[in-house]
Write a protein that binds this ligand. Structure first.
Ligand code: GLU
Length: 352
């Protein structure tokens, strides 16, 4: 009898490929960008139209991903990422949130344009309650170009999203073999395939379908975040805009944004978020009118120190800590969904 069972089990295991049971389920959510772009010829690596190729074609171009996971695709958007507004950002977040809540989904990959992938990644890391891997992936060359980087990036992103070791690591960007944390990754070169860096280093490296880890994020994200996409209604976040610091500034941009309804202005200041002395009265007037003033920096590395360069305590301003201006804009908009208190907003900037 025992022998019959063993023989039966053995014969069944030969009939049903065990690998299809063992593989995780990964959904690829396509939003556009260069990774779905198309150029006129194979030598057009930088001149092309973004957001052309549909998700099924992207997946079929890399059949090897089906060895890593059971992969399905969803076409969420087809857009160049510089044209993303709150409406698209919230729509992506809601679609991904619905996916990660399904017990049958183990991980999500989002294909995206490189220009604003860091903003989308950071937003998702703040508003989605999950420990499942969410991996954003992009490319610098369209699929039609020689040495297109999209196929390998997509392969690696699926491997990462399917990996049990990526659970609890938060939202990541996979580019050029690097695994980056959403909060501190940034596009730092706009013409080469090694376009993304983090001043604190990558979380790890992905080689031949396997992640190797080197650090964790020390700040709050995903399950530890106080923000939740399910509590955000409508298609728009509180309005936040960025003003870039330089010599010979005019106050007009700050005033125009106030008039347009901005609830916070990110001052992308020189150096340590410094503010020209002839601009300080304008910012103090805005602050008195209820517009939050948040000092970030146009310098890509380092962080803005509170009460250095400017007396933030005295003025009631906020510092963005190490968040770059575009990331500060995302956190400020979310913070304003909860509070108008500058001290509370500052707490959030220390914690995320
Ligand atoms: N500007 C386009 C975008 O961000 C293409 C850039 C890219 O994906 O590399 O979608």
């Amino acid at each position: 009898m025992k022998k019959t069972f063993t023989t039966l089990a053995l014969s069944l295991s030969l009939l049903i490929p065990i690998s299809s049971f063992a593989k995780n389920n990964v959904v690829v959510v396509a939003t556009g960008g260069t990774i779905a772009g198309a150029g006129a010829s194979s030598t057009n690596s930088a001149t092309y139209t973004a957001a052309k190729v549909p998700v099924d074609d992207l997946l079929n171009a890399v059949p090897q991903i089906q060895n890593l996971a059971n992969v399905t695709g969803v076409q969420a958007l087809q857009i160049a990422s510089e044209s993303i507004t709150d409406k698209e950002l919230l729509s992506i977040a809601r679609q991904v949130n619905d996916l990660v809540k399904k017990p049958s989904v183990n991980g999500v990959v989002i294909t995206h344009g490189t220009d604003t992938v860091e903003e989308t990644a950071f937003f998702l890391s703040l508003v989605i309650k999950t420990d499942k891997p969410i991996v954003l992936v992009a490319s610098m060359r369209p699929p039609s170009a020689l040495s297109a980087d999209g196929p390998l990036n997509l392969y690696s992103a699926v491997a990462l999203a399917a990996s049990d070791s990526a659970k609890g690591k938060g939202v990541m960007i996979l580019m050029n073999d690097g695994i980056f944390a959403a909060r501190d990754v940034t596009k730092s070169i706009n013409i080469h395939t090694n376009a993304f860096t983090s001043q604190w280093g990558a979380l790890g490296t992905l080689v031949e379908g396997k992640p190797y880890w080197f650090r964790n994020v020390a700040k709050r994200f995903n399950n530890a975040s106080e923000f939740n996409i399910e509590n955000i209604k409508g298609d728009a976040l509180p309005l936040v805009q960025i003003v870039y610091g330089s010599t010979n500034m005019l106050p007009d941009a700050y005033l125009a944004y106030q008039k347009a309804g901005a609830k916070a202005i990110i001052h992308a200041g020189t150096g340590n978020g410094s503010v020209a002395k002839y601009i300080v009265p304008t910012l103090n007037q805005l602050q008195a009118d209820g517009v939050q003033i948040i000092r970030s920096s146009r310098v890509p590395h380092g962080f803005v120190l509170r009460n250095a360069e400017q007396p933030d305590d005295k003025y009631g301003w906020v510092v963005a800590h190490d968040l770059n201006p575009q990331k500060a804009k995302i956190l400020a908009a979310l913070a304003l969904t909860k509070t108008k208190d500058a001290k509370e907003i500052q707490r959030m900037f220390w914690e995320y």
